[in-house]
Design a protein around this ligand. Structure first.
Ligand code: AMP
Ligand code: GLY
Length: 423
């Protein structure tokens, strides 16, 4: 079989490595892929993940049997819709369903209409009205740009002046472009955060192993927000009771709501949850696999990934027994010094001859230059280890991370520390 994966980060590398385990898979094309992914797939750097017309043309020309669209942008732009139009089966939601991530106004209104627990909120399309509303609010408060904003569209001001500045920057100065035409202003919730990714064909759902992201750049959850500096799985806050409540109050009602709205969700639905004193609440939905959650979740998957993805597309997920390892996994991100601010690219990298059997190096932001790998992004590599305990997985991931070097290499040294404290 010939497969196509749209995207070129660590998440896509983890998806590709897992898909390759199926002996029926002959070739995987990655559009655009990256330097490290080139060891596992045929990369096409000329075609970016947002070049929908070129992706579709490529898929037709190469008689692709199955496509996986991983990032949010092409999903929101209708990449799956266009591939379906030319008869190519895909994993991923169509644009209408991708709105669950692409529009926060859509997802908040959906939750309100169907009684799905989330933070209380108001929507504004007028900056003056938003500022007037903020005068009567308690702080901190959460302000979210409606559209996709590279994970930067959430601001948590602690007083009125900061909040007014945030409204000005999003709605008047258009810091996130048209994504800021509308804003959601919502209640600040507290509690541990849990990420749950789930396979769903619109009706049946198979939640994956829960995970915990570490979004801040610095140790002790300090510094700027990033795309994610490391992950662990399973997340110890996601107890059996919490999982049961999530299934009944959040997961199944969300799928039913999407069907009711005429946009059943097929693909990987990501639930960003906060476990509050009043039970689990939805912080955000993503219409795709999380990055770097995927790098700890998929290594624990025991069932063939392609079989699951095809069942999602064929709406037969209930007939697949999706099995998970009982081990733990940890992923440590190696980033370019300066990330998420400005950083240099093109640094030569050196790797060990081989990794221990329980360690995988996922390539997130590198490229080949004269046959050698050089850094080419903020998040460069994700080192994942699996082991019977989280403590061992973390020790092994960090030991492997130390065997890789490049100029300016930066990582957090406390991934998993909070999770270990509650195990
Ligand atoms: P997002 O970009 O939507 O993933 O949000 C980034 C982060 O902002 C989340 O991971 C939370 O830590 C925080 N956040 C978002 N909404 C809220 C909320 N209502 N209360 C508290 N924190 C929030
Ligand atoms: N790690 C968070 C995300 O993928 O959005």
């Amino acid at each position: 079989m010939k497969l196509l994966v749209v995207g070129g980060g660590g998440r896509e590398h983890a998806i590709i490595k897992k898909l390759k385990e199926n002996p029926q898979v002959d070739t995987i094309y990655a559009l655009p892929g990256n330097g490290g992914i080139a060891a596992d797939a045929v990369c096409v750097p000329e075609i970016g993940a947002k070049d929908i017309a070129k992706i579709v043309e490529f898929a037709r020309a190469h008689a692709i049997d199955f496509a996986v669209v991983a990032p949010d942008d092409p999903l929101a732009l209708g990449c799956v819709d266009r591939l379906h139009e030319v008869g190519i089966p895909c994993f991923g939601p169509e644009a209408k369903a991708a709105r669950i991530e692409a529009s926060k106004v859509f997802s908040k209104n959906l939750m309100k209409k169907y009684g799905i627990p989330t933070a209380r909120y108001e929507v504004f399309s007028d900056a003056d009205k938003a500022m007037a509303y903020l005068r009567g609010c308690e702080f901190p408060i959460v302000i979210k740009a409606d559209g996709l904003a590279l994970g930067k569209g959430v601001l948590i001001p602690t007083n009125y002046d900061e909040a007014a500045a945030a409204i000005k920057s999003i709605m008047e100065d258009k810091a996130f472009g048209d994504s800021g035409n509308e804003v959601v202003i919502e209640e600040f919730l507290t509690g541990p955060e849990v990420s749950v990714l789930a396979f769903t064909d619109g009706t049946a759902i198979a939640p994956m192993i829960s995970s915990m992201d570490h979004k801040r750049a610095g140790d002790g959850d300090t510094g700027l927000n990033t795309g994610g500096m490391g992950t662990i799985a399973p997340n110890p806050y996601y107890t059996e009771d919490v999982a049961k409540a999530c299934m009944e109050e959040i997961f199944l009602p969300t799928l039913a709501a999407m069907r009711q709205e005429g946009c059943p969700f097929k693909g990987c639905l990501y639930f960003g949850l906060m476990i509050t004193k009043n039970g689990p609440k939805v912080i955000e939905y993503n219409c795709r696999f999380g990055d770097p959650e995927t790098q700890v979740v998929l290594p624990l998957l025991e069932t063939d990934l392609l079989t699951i993805m095809q069942a999602v597309e064929n709406e037969t997920l209930s007939s697949v027994d999706v099995k998970w390892s009982s081990e733990a996994a940890a992923c440590v991100i190696l980033a370019s010094g300066g990330y998420p601010g400005s950083y240099e690219k093109g640094k030569e990298m050196t790797f060990p001859e081989a990794y221990p059997d329980n360690v995988v190096c996922y390539h997130a932001g590198d490229k080949l230059k004269d046959g050698r790998l050089v850094t080419n992004g903020g998040r460069v590599l994700g080192i994942t280890a699996t082991a019977p305990t989280l403590k061992q997985a973390l020790a092994d991931a960090y030991a492997a991370a130390d065997t890789i070097s490049f100029d300016g290499k930066y990582m957090r040294h406390d991934i998993g520390r909070r999770a270990l404290a509650v195990i």
